[in-house]
Design a protein around this ligand. Sequence first.
Ligand code: NDP
Length: 333
Amino acid sequence: SKQIQLASRPKGWPSEENFETVSVDLPDLSEGEVRVQNLYISVDPYMRGRMSAAKSYVAPFEVGETMTGGAVGKVVESRSDDLSEGALVLHQFGWRDVAQAPAGQFNEVPEIPGVAPSLYLGMLGLTGLTAYVGLTRVAKMQEDDVVFVSGAAGAVGSAVGQIAQLLGASKVIGSAGSKEKTDVLVQKYGYDVALNYKDAPIREQLPKAAPNGIDVYFDNVGGDHLEAALDVLNRYGRAALCGAISQYNNTEPDPGPDNMANFVKQSLGFKGFIVSDYMEYAGEFQERMSAWIREGKIRYDETVVDGLDNATDAFISMMQGANTGKMVVRIQD
Ligand code: NDP
């Protein structure tokens, strides 16, 4: 099996040198084990955190360890009664072409006609769930709320805006880093207003886009975007703090927002969250999201990079904005 391991810890932006591709001989299957050919692997921003030694909500990768993370594949050999050959499975073995382990470490998922299995890594997977619980359970979005989403053209953000519209937001504003992306936000994902944060400081653009303020902020970016949102949040406004991608590759911490006093003035409710603490809503989410997708109410993009050899490049370029919707790496069709 070909696998990609962490070779050294990056300072600032990761590069190819921080990774090493190795070949591993897989032993014959033991009783109860299955062998899975990966179809798609996921590259996600949180993996950057795991490359550092600092403790976070997921333990750091060890140097010399294979990069783990979400992946979807097909069982090609089985010595378990629980999973038969041909089953489509979701698992966490990450950046490798073939995964082999006891059947219990793989979750069988149904094949959906007309839909690529990579959707289980994006809109129908943890990414979609993050958007759903962040909006409904963390920010407690209400009908008629004005919602602002940063990182709006990414995997989580593209889901947040559409879910907000489906749940009756009065206005949904999104920000992203290119004209192509802001066009997609309005034309495809149903955003009412899209701001390109590279055109002018987001702090200048947001008040013009939200003359009556915002009620909910879904934060994927942190930094300047968080500060901009704090400026315009209405009384009793709420924010779901999902991520801070503008900070992940910094070598020095950014200064905090200069408008923290607004928390008091506006009685704001800010809540950070990690999707794994909200798994109790996975069933509800699966049901609603699959229905929305079947009914054509949710649209999605994937940026697909081909080949395990390009996984590191896919990972780094995702953090630089190369993706619209979910970035995935195709291992095999
Ligand atoms: P995305 O698909 O959104 O990809 C990352 C995007 O971040 C890029 O495409 C880029 O888009 C944008 N970006 C990069 N640098 C900056 C910057 N300086 N300012 C603004 N935007 C920037 O990734 P995900 O959807 O997977 O993740 C989005 C966020 O959600 C991340 O912060 C991630 O850590 C978080 N997350 C949190 C979870 C949780 O449980 N709390 C679970 C899953 C994700 P652009 O071209 O617009 O700059």
